[in-house]
Ligand binder design. Structure first.
Ligand SMILES: [Zn+2]
Length: 275
C-alpha cells in the first residue's frame, strides 16, 4: 500500500531549478526516461528540450526538492523525444520505487486541480494562485478553491470465513475487489458504507471496523477502508454498478487488485486472519 514516505516535508515555495527533482506530466500521464524510470533533476528533462508550462512545489524528501511540472497543453505523449515515455501513473506501479510513486501521486493531483481551476467557477474570471497556501483565488469575486479531494468508502464484508467481492463493470477480466463507492453530500463515511453495500449487493452489514485510508489520484480520491460483517439480505448485485458479486472462501479467492492499493492490503490482512 502506498503512503507518504517517512521524512517527506510538504512545501509550496520551491523553484524549478536544474537540481530540483521533477515529476513531469503530460495531462495525467507521467513522463520518464524509458531506460531509467524514476524522477530525475529537471536538467535532464530540460536537456531533452522540454519546457515547463506550469510548476508547483510539492515538498522535500531526503534533502531534495520535488516539483510538479506540467508540459504545455499542445505537447502530447506521442510528440515527446524517443528517450521519454509518458504513461498513466498506474502503468508505472512496481516500475518506479514507492517513494517516487507516492510523491508523483501528490504531484498529479495538484497539477490536475491547477489545470481544471484556471477560471473561477462562479464568475469565469481567470484565477490567481494564493500566496501562502495551496489555493486559487478569484480576483473578481474572491471565491477561493482548494485542491479537491473526493472521499470514497471501501468495505470488505465477511460472513464467517467467506468474503464478499465484486467485479466493477470496468475491471480487467477476472479481477474482483472489495466494494467501494463515493460519499454523497451530507453523509458520514459509515452511512456511505451501509448505503453503498445495500445499493450494490442488497446486503446489510454491521460491526464496521476502520482499516485505513489511502490517497488514490484517479483522479482525486481518498479511499477510506473498513471491514464489516454480514447482517442480512440475499446477495443480488446491481448490474449498473457491478458485473458480478460473489462470496468467496480464502481457498478460492479470484484475481485480486494490485499490491500497491489499499484494496489489496485490506484483502491480504483479512485473508491472513481468516486462514
Ligand atoms: Zn469569481
Amino acid at each position: 500500500m502506498i503512503t507518504t514516505p517517512a521524512g517527506f516535508d510538504p512545501a509550496l515555495d520551491i523553484l524549478l531549478d536544474d537540481d530540483a527533482i521533477a515529476h513531469v506530466f503530460v495531462r495525467d500521464s507521467l513522463v520518464l526516461f524509458s531506460d531509467s524510470p524514476g524522477a530525475l533533476p529537471w536538467r535532464f528533462y530540460r536537456g531533452e528540450g522540454l519546457r515547463a508550462a506550469r510548476v508547483h512545489g510539492i515538498g522535500r524528501h531526503e534533502g531534495k526538492s520535488h516539483v510538479a511540472v506540467a508540459l504545455d497543453d499542445d505537447v502530447s505523449a506521442r510528440s515527446l523525444p524517443s528517450s521519454l515515455r509518458a504513461a498513466n501513473l498506474r502503468s508505472w506501479f512496481s516500475v518506479i520505487d514507492d517513494a517516487t510513486l507516492s510523491i508523483a501521486m501528490r504531484a498529479v493531483q495538484v497539477l490536475e486541480w491547477d489545470r481544471t481551476h484556471r477560471f473561477c467557477g462562479a464568475c469565469g474570471t481567470r484565477t490567481d494562485q494564493a500566496d501562502n497556501e495551496r489555493a486559487k483565488r478569484c480576483p473578481s469575486c474572491s471565491l477561493t478553491v482548494y485542491p479537491r479531494i473526493s472521499p470514497a468508502m471501501m468495505v470488505l464484508v465477511t460472513r464467517g470465513r467467506e468474503l464478499l467481492l465484486g467485479r466493477g463493470i470496468n475491471f480487467p477480466p477476472g479481477r474482483y475487489s472489495a466494494l467501494a463507492g463515493f460519499l454523497e453530500a451530507g453523509e458520514t463515511i459509515e452511512e456511505a458504507v451501509h448505503r453503498e453495500v445495500l445499493e450494490e449487493v442488497n446486503v446489510k452489514v454491521d460491526n464496521l471496523r476502520y482499516f485505513g485510508s489511502q490517497s488514490w489520484p484517479f483522479p482525486n480520491s481518498l479511499m477510506i477502508a473498513f471491514r464489516a460483517e454480514y447482517a442480512g439480505g440475499e446477495l443480488r448485485h446491481d448490474p449498473a454498478e457491478l458485473a458480478d458479486a460473489q462470496w468467496f472462501t480464502p481457498e478460492n479467492v479470484p484475481q485480486m487488485p494490485p499490491s500497491l492499493s489499499i484494496a489489496r492490503a485490506l484483502l491480504d490482512s483479512t485473508l491472513a486472519e481468516l486462514r
